[in-house]
Design a protein around this ligand. Structure first.
Ligand code: SF4
Ligand code: SF4
Length: 488
């Protein structure tokens, strides 16, 4: 019970609204008056959350390990010598699960992104910020990596507070030095991982073996992002979620009374009362111990209801469950529940809004799947050379064109161009066929000559077939200019 006694003492601490160095949850000032980690003068209050433990923390740790392994291993996975995932924003080339997307496929990407946004909206409307607590990289790195290292080096929240208040001595220099060194190293590793997703693991290895002088852009990138990660995880911390993250702000419009969030069952918990031997009959189950507040990484009191700062990390569920066991009450005073489930005891309902989101999501996903399945591996663009006129030849009329052929496959290919439906000749300048390297493109200029009798006006529509061997790969429609009827 020592833990509980200690929490009671914390709960009994003086409540002075003028206290400026305490979390708002500890001062008696309304939580609506100011953000939990900002004092009356606008200065930041450093949050020292108590180390959480319990079933949810265990499961979140398992999920975090799986996701971290996935995140670190993914850039190393290759299929047929190609990265399984590559997000090369510089060359605008993306490989998602082995499928190459080129700038020409951008519309599929844009639609997939739109479908993803709808998915996030739908998911948030139903399950609240489950993403923030369980899968967001910010939470995973902050709470499951950096924070755990901090607990390991500096101890739990009380030791951390004591260390922070203590004079600079050998112990403090050692602990702070060790922590910062590990944080810097980790930030550097994460930054390199981030770069591996953009340039690929082979390029990253090259950059590492050849040294920064040869790859100044990559080096600057790594240093900039390592610095940013260090700043966020070492100092900025929960403020990334409470002040910066747009998803957190969106919560206000996405959540409704049916959304499942981490919630305090105020019907069961109120009136809250300090724990004593003979509790009055009308006392609620909340013993006002403050354990849920003490573990909160954003410093809020979930008993005030759903708040923007809550990242649904579940630490308060575990903390309260432990207290409930100690005071012999059922668990789940804080739990995953919707507002309606708590106020009216209703079950989860499919609201018209959720149904509408689901229909839009299904349609968008279907469209993306259709476009993906029907996406062509070869893309040819044929355009008449700008500013050129037709030329009369001995046997007909000629126009000059440029052709660009993109090969999205992983093997080189040869192509030829043939007129469809009408006779005529195509002469590629400087070569007899078009060779396109794997994942590359080829440009060529060619002269197309039509017999005069097929040129019936100033503007004629023609079709050119792009062949690989005898196989027609694509048909391109284009225009052919000629003399006006009656002219030569
Ligand atoms: S209120 Fe609970 S779930 Fe929300 S951030 Fe704080 S500890 Fe996590
Ligand atoms: S909700 Fe639970 S953890 Fe929070 S103060 Fe009440 S009893 Fe303590």
């Amino acid at each position: 019970m020592s833990d509980f006694k200690e929490l009671k003492q914390v709960g009994n601490e003086a409540i002075n609204p003028d206290d400026t160095d305490k979390l708002i949850t500890e001062t008696g000032v309304s939580f609506r008056d100011r953000v939990s980690n900002i004092d009356k003068k606008g200065n930041r209050i450093w949050i020292y959350p108590k180390k959480p433990k319990g079933d949810y923390t265990k499961w979140r740790s398992v999920v975090a390990v799986v996701l971290l392994v996935f995140m670190f291993v993914l850039p190393f996975i290759k299929v047929d010598g190609r990265p399984f995932v590559l997000l090369d924003i510089f060359q605008r080339k993306f490989i998602i699960f082995g499928i190459v997307f080129w700038p020409q496929d951008f519309y599929i990407f844009a639609l997939a992104f739109l479908a993803f946004i709808v998915f996030v909206v739908l998911f948030t409307a139903v399950y609240g910020r489950i993403w923030c607590g369980w899968a967001c990289p910010q939470t995973i790195f902050m709470e499951m990596v950096f924070r755990k290292i901090e607990y390991w080096i500096e101890g739990d929240y009380k030791q951390q507070m004591a260390l922070s208040r203590s004079e600079w001595n050998a112990n403090k220099i050692f602990k702070r030095g060790l922590k910062k060194t590990i944080f810097i190293l980790l930030s550097f590793i994460i930054s390199n991982l981030f770069l591996a997703y953009i340039i690929g693991i082979d390029e990253l290895q090259k950059y590492m073996t050849e040294g920064p002088a040869e790859h100044m852009t990559s080096f600057v990138f790594v240093i900039f992002f390592a610095g940013s990660f260090y700043f966020i995880f070492s100092w900025f911390r929960e403020q990334a979620c409470t002040f910066i993250c747009p998803y957190g702000r969106l919560q206000t419009v996405l959540l409704d009374k049916n959304s499942i969030v981490v919630a305090y069952d105020f019907k069961r918990g109120e009136p809250r009362m300090k724990f004593k031997k003979n509790m009055p009959e009308d006392a609620g189950d909340c013993v006002d111990c403050g354990a849920c507040v003490r573990v909160c990484p954003t410093g809020i009191d979930i008993r005030n209801g759903t708040q923007l700062e809550c990242i649904n990390c579940t630490a308060c569920i575990d903390a309260c469950d432990e207290v409930m066991l100690k005071v012999n009450k059922p668990k789940n005073l804080i739990r995953y529940a919707s507002e309606l489930q708590i106020t009216e005891g209703t079950k989860f309902k499919f609201t018209p809004r959720i149904m509408a989101y689901s229909v839009v999501l299904l349609l968008l996903s279907g469209l993306v799947a259709y476009l993906m399945l029907n996406r062509s591996d070869i893309e040819a663009t044929i355009l008449k050379v700008k500013g050129t006129m037709y030329q009369n030849t001995e046997t007909g009329v000629a126009n000059v064109y440029t052709a660009t052929i993109i090969n999205k496959t992983f093997k080189p290919m040869d192509f030829s161009l043939k007129l469809m439906d009408i006779p005529g000749t195509i002469q590629i300048i400087g070569k007899d066929h078009l060779h396109v390297p794997a994942e590359g493109l080829t440009d060529a200029t060619f002269i197309l000559e039509l017999p005069r009798k097929y040129v019936t006006g100033t503007r004629n529509n023609i079709q050119i077939g792009v062949y690989s061997g005898d196989k027609l790969i694509q048909t391109v429609n284009t225009g052919f200019t000629g003399p006006a009827p009656g002219m030569k």
